[in-house]
Ligand binder design. Structure first.
Ligand code: MSP
Length: 643
């Protein structure tokens, strides 16, 4: 039986443009799919778009187009982006595709017939202008999290999925399949934060908007979000259609790659749905971390710095792919900065790899006119280089098999460095001085080329275009650029013709580049500013004096269960008693970005309980309508008064 591998990314919301954080999951999935294909797996790599819902309907209305017209345009851009980034997906699903909609209707009906979907009422805080229901925890200061307006309690007829029924089976499944949720820490988070406190049945239909898959047996209802979206992983394989061949072949998926905020949906709702349908569960859900910007979450409103098209055009697709895969251990959060990107390009790509390729080709050109002589002589340092070159394959495999892209690249770069060191050790320029050394010089250069052949093969999943360029320069035939060929050092013909290609990664002048980027920053949007300036009634100094502001050090910080926007901070405010504050900044900061920093706390605010945490005050942060920035006071001692 042939080996099969099925990998998915989440399906993306086509809400305007994607930013570089969105490319993170897709580039990782692409590297994995390419790696598996090279290993001889029949691979299915699926990505797509999640096109229904109220937000899209509202956006389209605001633009004066139909929702379908709106998504068609945005989705075309997303497809273009993946083409630009050399994403090798085998299939692209749109939740507006007819076959998907038909299959979702069947799934919904099947769940209803089995008694796992029932009709009830959805109750929540309703925001009239946004036409959206919010739960208590989603509200920000009791107001709509989208528009900041007033909400009122309301009720709507809706269908529910009996999620609560599956709690025990889910935990049993996690325990019996320790690899199901990765990294492992996310499994504990699911159990402790969501399953143990009690699963509630899930609302799976809406009547307040119409941009969704209609519930065919109850007009007026559309299927709501997750049943529609999650089903894509099987409907894309033909589940629920006349031709289920691919479903039979590829399901269950080997891995769903998802960002950490949607692990919950993939490891609780999705498996429960599959259990209800009596279908096998995916083998693994891997929740990766976020790519953050300094001082906050990424959003497209941050402009060009996070636009993947701009970044790829400026630095090259492979440089961006390298940065995404190398900079952040897969699973952790990481910060994207231009400095870090340029540093990686200069040191790892231009210096280590680029120089190795160009020096090797230049030396073959200079000493042998571009063609290696077949008469060659082995010598010192060869065995060491050959040993590492042949051992690297196993190291890369070990890390790729656990989705540790960054470590896989680190292992590969050890070979790049070792090969560079081999040049220093063998000093070809010294050998070239004596005609009699020609056979030794030929073997040294041959070994360099052979090492580059192996590097290019292992580089292919990560940087496909660069790997291809290196292979071309070596004039290596396809049969010696396969994954299996990594087992043997010495496959390149001894008399190979080596061509010097273009510089792979030009060095970037850091200072000049940063200055240019700064100058190219879009001017802040004036209208937006005005929109955000709220003019309140004037107050006297005596009113302001009633507010006690104090500098405090963040000594501990953690997320709050069930409240995705809140962080719980423990503060040292200069008194002997630690102070607890719940702050709505979880979308903009990770706990690690706060711990050890000094903030300003409103110390005499009446305590309030937010999601089960008694908050003793609030910390000051600036909100420009797009992002929230905590006002740090790192140079000031905790306890100092702010006036
Ligand atoms: N439509 C849902 C997924 C449904 S899957 C059945 C969705 N879409 S999304 O467009 O908001 O996000 C798609 C993916 O991009 C998610 O995995 C998300 O975590 C990822 N990212 C979005 N911003 C990100 C960063 N800044 N960093 C890393 N990944 C990020 O959620």
């Amino acid at each position: 039986m042939s080996k099969k591998f099925y990998i998915t990314t989440p399906i993306y919301y086509p809400s305007d443009k994607l930013h570089i954080g969105h490319s993170y999951t897709t580039v990782a999935a692409d590297a994995m799919a390419r790696y598996k294909r090279m290993q001889g797996y029949e691979t299915m790599f699926l990505t797509g778009t999640d096109e229904h819902g109220q937000k899209i309907e509202t956006k389209a209305n605001n633009k004066g187009v139909t929702p379908k017209q709106y998504v068609d345009e945005v989705v075309a851009g997303i497809k273009e982006l993946w083409k630009l980034m050399n994403i090798s997906n085998d299939r692209f699903i749109r939740t507006t595709d007819d076959y998907h909609e038909a299959a979702v209707q069947k799934i919904f009906k099947e769940l209803y017939d089995r008694g796992d979907i029932y009709k009830g009422h959805y109750e929540g805080h309703y925001c009239t202008p946004c036409e959206a229901f919010w739960t208590e925890t989603q509200l920000v200061d009791g107001k709509c999290p989208d528009c900041g307006g007033e909400v009122h309690l309301d009720k709507e007829e809706a269908y529910f999925f009996r999620l609560s029924k599956y709690a025990d089976r889910l935990v049993e499944y996690y325990e019996a399949h320790p690899d199901f949720i990765q990294p492992v820490s996310r499994k504990n988070e699911m159990i402790n934060n969501f399953i143990k406190p009690g699963l509630e049945d899930l609302c799976v239909s809406r009547t307040s908007f119409s941009w969704g898959v209609p519930v065919d047996f109850d007009p007026g209802h559309v299927v709501y979000v997750w049943v529609d979206a999650l089903s894509n992983y099987i409907t894309a394989m033909g589940y629920g259609s006349d031709n289920q061949a691919d479903y039979e072949k590829f399901w269950p998926a080997d891995v769903h790659l998802v960002g950490k905020e949607i692990v919950r949906f993939h490891t609780i709702i999705w498996p429960a749905m599959l259990m209800a349908l009596d279908l096998p569960l995916p083998k693994q859900v891997f929740g990766h971390g976020w790519l953050l910007l300094q001082g906050g979450k990424m959003s497209k409103s941050k402009g060009n710095v996070v636009d993947p098209v701009v970044l790829c055009e400026r630095y090259g697709v492979d440089a961006i792919r390298y940065f995404l895969l190398r900079e952040i251990p897969f699973g952790s959060d990481g910060v994207f900065t231009n400095e870090a990107l340029i540093h990686r390009i200069n040191s790892d790509l231009a210096n280590d790899l680029g120089n190795l390729v160009s020096r090797t080709a230049a030396m073959v050109g200079k000493y042998f006119g571009g063609q290696l002589p077949a008469d060659q002589l082995a010598g010192d340092f060869d065995d060491d280089l050959i040993a590492l070159a042949t051992a690297t394959k196993a190291e890369v495999e070990k890390n790729m098999d656990t989705l540790q892209f960054s470590t896989a690249l680190t292992e590969l770069w050890k070979l790049v460095s070792r090969t560079n060191k081999y040049i220093d050790e063998t000093a070809p320029w010294a050998l070239a001085k004596e005609e009699a050394n020609a056979p030794r010089l030929a073997r040294v250069l041959y070994n360099l080329c052979e090492s580059l052949r192996m590097i290019s093969i292992m580089l292919t999943p990560f940087l496909p275009a660069t790997a291809e360029a290196i292979g071309k320069g070596l004039n290596a035939s396809a049969d010696i650029l396969t994954w299996e060929s990594l087992d043997t050092f010495g496959l390149l013909p001894h008399d190979s013709v080596i061509t010097k290609g273009d510089v792979l990664f030009p060095r970037i002048d850091m200072e000049k580049e940063l200055a240019e980027l700064e100058a190219a920053k879009p001017a802040p949007k004036e209208e937006k500013k005005e929109e955000n300036v709220v003019t309140l009634a004037q107050i006297g100094i005596e009113d302001f004096a009633k507010v006690e502001l104090r500098v405090a050090k963040v000594t501990a910080c953690e997320p709050i269960k069930k409240a995705k926007k809140l962080l719980k901070l423990t503060l040292d405010d200069g008194t002997d008693t630690p102070r607890t504050v719940a702050s709505g900044i979880a979308l903009y900061y990770t706990p690690e970005q706060l711990i050890g920093h000094n903030v300003i706390v409103v110390a005499n605010l009446k305590p309030a309980t937010l999601c089960g945490v008694e908050s003793q005050g609030m910390i000051l942060a600036a909100d420009n309508g797009e992002t929230v920035t905590v006002l740090f006071a790192d140079d000031v001692a905790p306890g100092s008064k702010v006036r």
